[in-house]
Ligand binder design. Structure first.
Ligand code: HAM
Length: 452
């Protein structure tokens, strides 16, 4: 898939030749340029909810000793082919891949685990011992956009590299439970499963293929195709007509070897002791090939079809695969979909703290306009936390006061040329019946602090 809009999705405006396009795939020159389908602008009214979610995540992760990393958004295509896997939807049809000017095949990251693993190997982080790291940022998948599913979306990605578990497996789940509590979110359900090691998966795959072959007529087209490419993913089918055949399929949990079963039991015992409820879902498979052993998702019934808020699991073979076999290390992680988290907050009417200014300074007249910013800076020096907005658009007193009111500020500071001459400002409370009063510039910080 090449970067850019496919022609079938363009605005439909015919290129008559008169308006002219500079390059193939570009819009005709006189057409309004819009954003790309499935890639959203997060508006100023939405960012407070994002910031609240990000802030909570940062704080919770810091308390567990996780450290932030910032890998690049673009990686070699080969990284994702090798890690996420050739047979996955992501690699088969969802990557934004392009050839750069030097002839290298690059891809906008569809996920972040592979980048974290590459960076850890490349910089020798694992030589310093286990690494608990996290990253928040945009990911890119050419999916069919719908509510909760976008082409640019954001993940909080958390990875524990170099730890065999099962303790860190449980820790990751506990971190998420703490994040939900901290944000006030309820109704999220933790589902866990084990996919076993590669040999277990190979044996289980054979059993599954045999079972689905026997029931081939009941499979939809997608599942028929997956029978040869990625049979485990049939278990993930959302088609209602497939649910019975999926429910009757052999369960991976009956085919784990003793060590794998003990690992899963270890997680369950820790979750039980910590009082975190979960359900065991033997049909839980993930859309990326690197998983072995533990997999888990947090799901909700409050977001419609896109019910997974967060997904992750163990990928003990990935360090060796990405590093070309030079090094191996056990690892586990998860990624939380930020759009879905913010949608959940909205659905639960969990509002971020108000972000309206405390004061709004209105200047009328030439002398006042000249003095406004100097006065505002002195106030900011004295009160670094104060949110003070200086009116900036043209208009008379009425228009300016209207903007002051619309800003949500609690106080207007009115500066006219007379006030400048007297070195005062009129302080007018906007959300109470208190009287307007003249305040000397020197007294202003003290008065504003008292109004807080
Ligand atoms: P994933 O299940 O592909 O896993 O994505 C994790 C989460 O990202 C999903 O549960 C969902 O909330 C969100 N998400 C995925 N695709 C979209 C989309 N198109 N639009 C909006 N949100 C989306 C991974 O990406 C793995 N790297 C997780 C992981 C980390 N495993 C181990 N470490």
């Amino acid at each position: 898939m090449a970067v850019g809009r496919a022609s079938s999705e363009s605005t439909g405006a015919a290129d008559t030749g008169q308006s002219g396009t500079s390059h193939p795939g570009e819009l005709p020159r006189m057409t309004k340029i819009t954003g790309i389908r499935g890639m959203n602008d997060i508006s100023p009214s939405q960012t407070p909810a994002w910031q609240m979610a990000e802030h909570a995540a940062r704080e919770v992760l810091a308390t567990y000793g996780y450290r932030e990393v910032r890998p690049p958004i673009v990686e070699r295509t080969e990284l994702f082919r090798r890690s996420v896997g050739e047979g996955t939807d992501i690699v088969e049809k969802e990557m934004y891949t392009f050839t750069d000017r030097g002839g290298d095949s690059l891809t906008l990251r569809p996920e972040c685990t592979a980048s974290c693993v590459r960076a850890a190997i490349e910089h020798g982080w694992l030589r310093e011992g286990g690494q608990r790291i996290w990253h928040i940022g945009p990911m890119f998948r050419y999916e069919r956009p719908q509510k909760g599913r976008y082409r640019q979306f954001h993940q909080l990605d958390v990875e524990c590299l170099g730890f065999p578990g099962p303790d860190v497996d449980a820790e990751l789940m506990l971190i998420l439970a703490r994040l939900w509590r901290r944000l006030g979110l309820e109704g999220l359900e933790l589902q866990i499963n084990s996919l076993g090691s590669r040999p277990t998966q190979a044996r289980y795959r054979e059993l599954l293929v045999e079972y689905f072959q026997r029931n081939r007529d009941a499979l939809d087209d997608d599942s028929q195709r997956r029978l040869t490419t990625n049979p485990l993913r049939i278990l993930d089918s959302k088609n209602p007509e497939m649910q019975q055949i999926v429910a009757d399929a052999p369960s991976i949990l009956d085919h784990l070897d003793p060590a794998e079963a003990a690992h899963l039991d270890g997680i369950r015992a820790m979750l039980d002791q910590a009082g975190l409820a979960y359900s065991l879902n033997p049909r839980l498979v993930r859309g990326l090939d690197y998983y072995t052993s533990t997999v888990f998702e947090w799901v909700t019934n409050r977001l419609g079809a896109q019910n997974a808020v967060c997904g992750g699991g163990r990928y003990d073979g990935l360090v060796a695969e990405v590093g070309g076999g030079g090094q191996s290390a056990p690892a586990i992680g998860f990624a939380l979909g930020m759009e879905r988290l913010v949608a959940l907050l909205e659905e639960a009417s969990i509002e971020p703290p108000a972000s309206a200014p405390d004061a709004y300074l209105v200047a009328v007249g030439d002398a006042a306009a000249g003095a406004a910013h100097a006065l505002a800076e002195r106030v900011r020096d004295a009160l670094p936390e104060l949110r003070l907005v200086v009116d900036a658009a043209p208009g008379g007193m009425r228009a300016k006061m209207k903007r002051a009111d619309r800003s949500g500020a609690r106080m207007a500071l009115i500066l006219g040329d007379d006030e400048v001459a007297a070195r005062t400002v009129s302080l007018k409370p906007l959300r109470s019946d208190s009287q307007q009063s003249a305040v000397a510039w020197a007294e202003l910080p003290v008065r504003l602090a008292a109004e807080e």
